[in-house]
Design a protein around this ligand. Structure first.
Ligand SMILES: *Cc1c(COP(=O)(O)O)cnc(C)c1O
Length: 403
């Protein structure tokens, strides 16, 4: 995999709190990202970004816009429409709320982490009456509970959920959720920002009404482009009286799409980037992309566990893995040492898990060799804190082969 081209030769800084660990000189000459977004950007995509952006009201760009929109339908496996917005993922989430909900209509938000919470925050900001299903961090939502809540309150119009909850590295059962919402004629709106291009999510086959994503996760691109995918039967759901909407008005995006036009100036360079990402995924094949992520997830989980780290999630996603440290090992010190000695950036915990976990992102252009790199470094950091442990790389290879 080609990497970030800037070669930064860092100087080793010795800080007070490095002292309990073995004093090891820095070994890395370039930064490596293992964060659950943004992710490493392959050279092909960087090259796509480097071209001079054409004016967006030209035939050249219209053709690109139409092709990328077609390829987005391919990755979502929908005959509906995928609308592109110049925004981070949260913008697409907000667009869903304002385009699907009329004043006074009620929502059900599945809250099992930071990103589930975001649905509730958006509803609150717009005065949408909502109920939450609070799910323990690291657990997947009980589909029966969702069914029960919908049966108890026929006025709930839409369920807002998360497919892969990045803050807890947890996968929710999108297929089963869709069965529940379809059977009760309610809308299911899924945040698939860290699952698209990682886990299978055949939108039309499973019956998911609306799916949102962003460019800086499974789509291997810089942040700034977000999408809303409407299933064919859900296209009419954005029509009529809804919450106040202007920039997020998806009717405008939809009206202009067949002509290869966007409502406002589109994120031209990012559309080139995502177009290249989709071309790479088409070359690999969608099933192969999902299978590779299944192996990546299995390998990282096995390697960390071989070192005594514990999986945080009871329903682990293949986009990101959350580990709690073994006794005597500190998560924050590990994150710091991974960065300072090995040049590897991983994420920590959020909210009440802050300082208690580390999260390794492995979505996008990652392979088994990348897993070796991050696990060998994790092994060194674990040993440096006085905890014996080895065999992470072997465990990863075996898990990769079996997955
Ligand atoms: C990253 C992410 C988002 C969106 O975050 P932005 O910073 O707005 O791009 C939303 N949901 C999940 C699950 C995510 O991982």
């Amino acid at each position: 995999t080609a990497r970030t081209p800037t070669v930064r030769v860092p100087t080793l800084t010795r800080k007070e709190d490095d002292r309990p660990m073995t004093a090891t000189p820095r070994t890395s000459t370039r930064p490596r990202l293992f964060t659950p977004g943004p992710v490493e950007i392959p050279a092909r995509i960087l090259n796509a970004l480097a071209q001079i952006p054409p004016h967006h009201r030209t035939d050249v760009f219209r053709a690109v816009y139409k092709r990328v929109s077609e390829d987005l339908r391919w990755v979502h496996q929908t005959e509906g429409e995928v609308l592109m917005l110049a925004a981070s993922g949260s913008g697409a989430m907000e667009a869903c709320v304002v385009n699907l909900m009329a004043p006074g209509q009620k929502a059900l938000c599945i809250v099992g982490g930071k990103f589930g919470e975001r649905w509730a925050s958006i509803c609150k900001a717009y005065g949408v009456p909502y109920e939450s299903i609070d799910v323990a961090w690291g657990e997947a939502v009980s589909v029966d509970e969702v069914a029960k809540r919908l049966d108890a309150d026929p006025s709930i119009r839409a369920v807002f959920g998360t497919h892969s909850e990045t803050s807890t590295a947890t996968l929710h059962d999108a297929k089963a959720l869709a069965q529940v919402t379809r059977a009760r004629k309610r809308l299911l709106v899924l945040d698939a920002i860290t699952s698209l291009g990682v886990h299978a999510l055949p939108q039309d086959e499973w019956g998911v009404d609306v799916v949102v994503t962003g460019s800086q996760k499974g789509l291997m691109s810089p942040p700034g482009l977000a999408t809303v995918s409407l299933a064919p039967w859900a296209l009419a759901e954005i029509e009529g009286d809804r919450l106040p909407r202007f920039y997020w008005d998806l009717r405008k995006a939809r009206k202009n799409l067949p002509a290869g036009e966007s409502a406002y100036t589109p994120a031209v360079s990012l559309i080139f980037a995502v177009g290249e990402a989709l071309a790479m995924m088409k070359e690999e094949g969608l099933a192969e992309v999902h299978a590779r992520h299944r192996r990546l997830g299995a390998a990282v989980r096995a390697g960390g566990q071989a070192l005594g780290w514990t999986l945080f999630s009871k329903s682990p996603a293949d986009s990101v893995t959350a580990f709690e440290p073994p006794a005597g090992v500190d998560a924050s010190a590990t994150i710091k040492r991974l960065r300072e000695i090995h040049g590897i950036t991983v994420a920590g915990g959020q909210d009440h898990t802050k300082g208690k976990m580390l999260r390794i992102g492995h979505m996008g252009a990652y392979d088994l060799s990348d897993v070796y790199v991050v696990l060998a470094a994790l092994e060194e950091c674990t040993q440096a804190q006085g905890r014996p442990g080895s065999g992470a790389v072997d465990a990863a290879r075996r898990a990769w082969e079996l997955a």
